[in-house]
Design a binder for this molecule. Structure first.
Ligand code: UD1
Length: 376
């Protein structure tokens, strides 16, 4: 059996690594295809090393562009690969542009598609990721979900139960496997931080960083917190570009203990999360990693597509209003941090369950894809 496992952007790597490894253990020919949506050493290459994942056999090298151009480039290049490789199915993960682009190519060629991390919904259609999630789920054959809320969302969209398999959270497989190696990086020590003595901040959502006033307001909050608690802030390339474009660096000059650093590798970032007093973020995956680690997380958005991290975990969705963020930080510093538990099936075995589901469903070979894709 041959399966193409697609990765494209940073949050895909830690989800697909355990599935790829589990497929290989079952004798499946699992071919890693990197779209090249993320391409920097720090946004891509370091993750393959840190996760012990083989280099992708195929790299489409599409790079950065507008949504339409990036998606179109991925589709064009992936179609050629799919026609050549003739797999039994493909696996896409998460909610990035690479996810929908490759799913769309596959289903139009009659190639079966499985979506890992299916069913999550923020119900905010201004987020590009929400569009990617809804569309990928609508067309994929197998919907691999992390939690019961995801199953319920899919059922609510009329998706038949036989397409849905709850496998748990594959990203937590990587966390469980690599946490010991993360501690060995001594990242906290090398940044001269005290365990539980700092806040970790990340910001990269277009809604938070692409508007000058909104980004300025968040940076002022970060600067205020930094007078009470050390802050380390690995800066995403999108955010770095906006800081310069909007001329916002002066806000940070008024800060207290604040370190802006380049994006970190997987192990280094995991080490920083595991020892933080609090994490302030607009990322999706970090909401889940902090829940798995038992570290308080404040999500700087109005919604989350991962409500289980709020219902069961350590996450609080605080939005972007400065006073709300500051009072949530106060609560944590006063010892009133939220205590959570780890959701079921976030147990380090989601990759195994995913591989079992795909092998069971795709044992019989589908019709090969049409040699000549015909439009119209
Ligand atoms: C993408 C995902 C987002 C995910 C995020 C993680 C979509 C729609 N968004 O957003 O869901 O949370 O990745 O990082 O797919 N850049 C580099 N080097 C790189 C990659 C990007 O410098 O390796 C810069 C480029 O200037 C680019 C910008 O970052 O224009 C944004 O990259 P892009 O892939 O368009 O989206 P992200 O904001 O990273």
């Amino acid at each position: 059996m041959k399966i193409l496992c697609v990765v494209g952007a940073r949050p895909n790597f830690m989800k697909v690594a355990p599935v790829h490894a589990a497929l290989v253990r079952r004798g499946v020919s699992s071919v890693l295809v990197h779209t090249g949506q993320h391409y920097d050493e720090r946004m891509s290459d370091v993750f393959f090393r840190d996760l012990g994942m083989p280099r992708p056999q195929i790299n489409l090298e599409v790079g950065s562009a507008s949504h339409a151009v990036q998606t179109a480039r991925i589709m064009e290049a992936f179609e050629v690969v799919l026609l050549r490789e003739q797999p039994d199915g493909i696996l896409v993960a998460g909610d990035v542009n690479s996810t929908i682009a490759c799913a769309l190519v596959a289903v139009k060629l009659g190639v079966r598609c499985a979506h890992l991390e299916a069913g999550l919904r923020s119900f905010d259609r201004t987020m590009p990721e929400e569009i990617n999630r809804v569309l990928t789920d609508a067309i994929s054959d197998v919907l691999l979900t992390p939690s019961p809320d995801a199953d319920a969302n899919l059922a609510g969209e009329g998706i038949a139960a036989h397409r849905i398999v709850r496998v748990g959270n594959a990203m937590i497989d990587s966390l469980v496997a690599h946490l010991p190696h993360a501690a060995a990086t001594r990242t906290v020590e090398s940044l001269e931080l005290q365990p539980r003595g700092y806040a970790l901040v990340t910001l990269h959502r277009p809604s938070n960083v692409d508007h000058r006033d909104g980004l300025a307001s968040l940076l002022r909050v970060v600067a205020r917190i930094s007078h009470r608690l050390s802050i380390v802030f690995p800066v995403h390339p999108r955010t770095r570009a906006r800081l310069v474009e909007f001329g916002l660096n002066p806000i940070l000059e008024s800060a207290g203990q604040l370190r802006l650093i380049d994006p970190l590798g997987y192990l280094e970032f995991l080490a920083l999360q595991a020892s933080a007093r609090v994490v302030l973020t607009d990322s999706g995956g970090i909401q889940e990693e902090t829940t798995a680690l038992g570290i308080p997380c404040l999500t700087l958005r109005g919604t989350t597509e991962r409500p289980i991290t709020v219902a069961e975990g350590t996450n609080t969705v605080v939005g972007t209003a400065p006073e709300r963020i500051l009072s949530a930080v106060d609560d944590i510093l006063a010892g009133r941090a939220k205590v959570g538990r780890i959701p079921s099936l976030w147990d380090g075995r989601a990759g195994e369950r995913t591989a079992d589901a795909l092998v069971a469903r795709w044992q019989t070979r589908a019709e090969p894809p049409a040699q000549q894709p015909a439009a119209g």
